[in-house]
Design a protein around this ligand. Sequence first.
Ligand code: AMP
Ligand code: MG
Length: 396
Amino acid sequence: MISVAEAHKIIQDRIRRPEIETVKVNDATGRVLAREIVATFPQPRFDNTAMDGFAVRARDTIGASADLPVTLSMKGVVPAGSSADTVIGKGECCQIMTGAPIPEGADAVVVVEESSGFSNNRCVEVFREATDGENIRYGGEEIAEGETLIRPGNRLGAGEIGVAATFGFGELEVYRRPNISLFATGDELIEPGEELKPGQIYNSNLHVFAELSERVGTLVAMQRVLKDSRESLKDFLSEAMEKSNLIVSSGGVSMGKHDYVRDVFLELGVKEYFWKVAQKPGRPFFFGELEETLIFGLPGNPVSSFVCFMEYVWPNKVTARLVESFPRETEKRRYLLGHVEMDGREMVAKPSGKYGSHMFTSALMANAILESPRGEGPLKSGQEITARLLPWSELQ
Ligand code: AMP
Ligand code: MG
């Protein structure tokens, strides 16, 4: 029997990063970014107007009011999407539409409502003094060219997709979704919706696994309830092995007379890394590998299989920056419940202030389990920490 930490290490060492694939920006929802997205240009890309109105030289409007308007001569119209080849000289202006580039010489925009209005006249009356820079969105004021926008490992939603599109990314590099196959074994199991006969129970575990698999971003390739027979296990496994990066089973891995799962794994040549872990629940827990397919044999009791799936199969660890110090143990991995949130584009983590393992109210504000590796002295605020997001919680 091995410890939880040893089990984690063995699994961690076997996990390979998924391959990278390119998807259209519209198909990237929910995917995990594989390569950093950097601003390809400053944003805004050029000085432009925030309002419809007149591009002017602010100093030409000094003293303007509704009673004593200043009259400026019209140099033309700059619509959005045009290039700014007009030049504004003393006493001149041009009509300009939201998003259009500010012409050379102009340093402010007077909104159309504060003028005699758009017309084909050669002149316009301005009813108010403009201040330098008024209604101008300056190039680079939001983002500088080369700034990191989205880091690898981030899951992509509407905001990330919108930002990627803003900077011209029609395609994104994301991690390929691993294929997962799920099976449950037990002669007593039937599927929900069917009628129970004496001695039977409903298979719930596979529905938990399938739900978690979807959430974690894997594709469920196969999902089946099998009888406790070597033949049905072998048939399933030979097909699943072809189709899957991961296989997860429930049931049939302990000491029962009809617990064939491990035997069949071994017969098929699966390399066993471990079979029992010092934990409760979930002591019988098989982990092995065959031709790069990772195989998890979880116990059948629903709480055991749920806990084991969350602990070992779910790879939802992220790296966050601590905003407080975090204890470390010299000999043990240290876990604390905590809270992870986005601070701008960075994920920050704060451990619960309640350190005792008996203090379960620490769970109330938690959306993550934070963990520090063995080491001397606490991790300091500003250092990175690993966080396991609780999938039913939200990042705020
Ligand atoms: P096993 O690990 O096969 O010895 O199963 C342990 C217990 O979990 C038994 O009481 C099973 O009936 C129950 N069990 C096994 N598989 C499932 C499943 N897929 N859904 C719900 N309960 C199960
Ligand atoms: Mg069983």
